[in-house]
Design a protein around this ligand. Structure first.
Ligand SMILES: *Cc1c(COP(=O)(O)O)cnc(C)c1O
Length: 461
């Protein structure tokens, strides 16, 4: 490699550093929602494919300048849309290094440093969340794939117990797997089921309560009504209300019926890392698999989900592949995830955990919860605003008297620019949803958001 290529890299990285720090410095003052639409952005980038190339720094300068109006201020303290965290400083910096290192992290023989970092991040996580230390942790792209990965392991396991080797015999002719979910499960559970060959009409849907928690008496009745291989999906953190299923009541029922129990805890699993909030997860550690996102509550960059399976043999049975050239060494990342080549996406999780420590993760959780409580209390003080849910965790749902007024307020908030919240429908009514998921949110951000909403409501009224 000649010197100019090295210089081109170094200049490109310097340009990226400038663009990144410039963007982050602008976050507090820029409108949170993007000013430009997709069409604006396509116009901005939509030149014909260039005949000739250019140097890395020019590429980055051009990209940064043109993208700017179409960027949403997710890394700041006043983005409350969906459930998506910001990025912890150590995790962000580590993520850059992951790209510079360029380690294809499926195999521990090939990439021992990054595989070790991921393995230790996984161990730390299990310890923080009170999950079995011997569980396998597969780093996947996000909660969707974590749910899929866990449920694939579960499907194999329950069929194996019924005497059916899925790897050998395939799905056709296999005993039907009963797939039991709550009425307020996340949509990614249905999509994971679809990938696994389980149709919507085949799912057993158990009623939930007013906050979206599965009803134990109904689960019991549904499970009594059937037999055969069984998977039960529970949830830590309903995406609207933030509510947690009552694991201590539900898990023994599922166990009695021989179920594989999976917990979708994309953002809720992290509650177990805070001594103050851990009661929400009581009994959860008795499940067979757990899905979570580091890119939500732990605040690492996308993409970073984790598929945790109690018995690593179950994930290996679902995912280990063949190939004489693959240099097997035991338990490698590609044994427990659907991927072969992959970026070392668990390394930023190691960096976040190293940067925060046990007390820092607990403090982060407690701060998110305290901010959510403050937001709910501030919003309740605005005339006409009703907070719809009990704020036990990080989610706050609110609305005005009519659905139209609620939707109009949602649009007005995005246009005004101080903060971003996103809409949802809950029990047939339009609501706005404010998810406290960013380490960067301060009490001042909460106050500024409430003040902006107060003034929008009063000017509309
Ligand atoms: C966000 C979320 C998912 C999906 O996670 P992705 O990382 O977006 O794939 C699944 N379940 C719940 C409860 C979620 O909040």
């Amino acid at each position: 490699m000649d010197d100019s290529a090295l210089d081109d890299r170094a200049r490109g990285l310097a340009a990226a550093h400038r663009a990144a720090t410039g963007f982050l410095a602008s976050i507090d003052d820029r409108p949170v929602w993007p000013r430009a639409s997709l069409d604006d952005m396509l116009d901005a980038f939509g030149d014909a494919l260039p005949d000739d190339g250019t140097d890395a720094a020019s590429v980055i300068d051009e990209m940064g300048t043109r993208a700017d109006p179409g960027l949403v201020a997710i890394p700041g303290g006043r983005f409350f849309g969906f459930v998506i965290g910001a990025t912890h400083p150590a995790a962000l910096a580590a993520d850059w290094l992951v790209s510079a290192w360029d380690q294809n992290s499926g195999s521990s023989r090939l990439t021992p440093a990054t595989v070790a970092l991921e393995r230790i991040a996984g161990r730390w996580m299990l310890e923080l969340l009170g999950l079995p230390a011997t569980a396998s942790v597969g780093f996947v792209t996000g909660g969707q794939m974590a749910n899929f990965t866990c449920l694939a392991a579960g499907r194999n396991a329950v069929l194996a117990r019924a005497g059916w080797d899925l790897t050998d015999r395939g799905l056709r002719g296999s005993p039907a797997v009963r797939f039991v979910v709550g009425a307020d499960r996340h949509g990614s559970i249905d999509r994971a089921a679809r990938f696994l060959g389980i149709g919507r009409a085949e799912m057993t849907v158990v009623e939930s309560d007013d906050h979206g928690r599965m009803r134990p008496d109904t689960l019991s009745a549904e499970l009594d009504a059937g037999s055969g291989p069984l998977i039960v999906c529970l949830q830590a953190g309903e995406v609207h209300t933030g509510a947690f299923d009552d694991f201590a009541a539900l898990l023994p029922i599922a166990r009695e019926h021989g179920a594989w129990v999976h917990v979708d805890g994309a953002f809720g699993l992290w509650a177990a890392a805070s001594p103050r909030l851990a009661r929400l997860c009581a009994g959860m550690a008795d499940a067979d698999s757990w899905a979570t996102d580091a890119h939500k509550t732990l605040n690492v960059p996308y993409d970073c989900g984790m598929a945790i399976v109690r018995d690593p043999a179950d994930s290996i049975a679902a995912f280990r592949t063949g190939g004489d050239y693959l240099m097997y060494t035991g338990l490698d990342p590609w044994d427990v995830t659907p991927e072969l080549s992959r970026r070392a996406r668990g390394v930023p999780a190691w960096a976040a955990l190293r940067g925060l420590g046990r007390s820092g993760v607990a403090a982060l959780l407690d701060r998110l919860h305290a901010n959510a409580v403050a937001m709910a209390s501030g919003l309740s003080s605005v005339p006409g605003v009703e907070v719809v849910n009990d704020v036990d965790y990080t989610q706050v749902m609110f609305r005005l008297a009519s659905d139209d007024a609620t939707r109009a307020l949602g649009e007005a908030i995005l246009t005004e620019g101080t903060a971003a919240v996103t809409g949802a429908e809950w029990r047939g009514r339009a609501t706005l949803r404010c998810s406290m998921s960013s380490w960067a949110t301060t009490p001042d951000d909460v106050e500024r958001t409430v003040a902006a909403i107060r003034s929008l409501v009063s000017s509309a009224g």
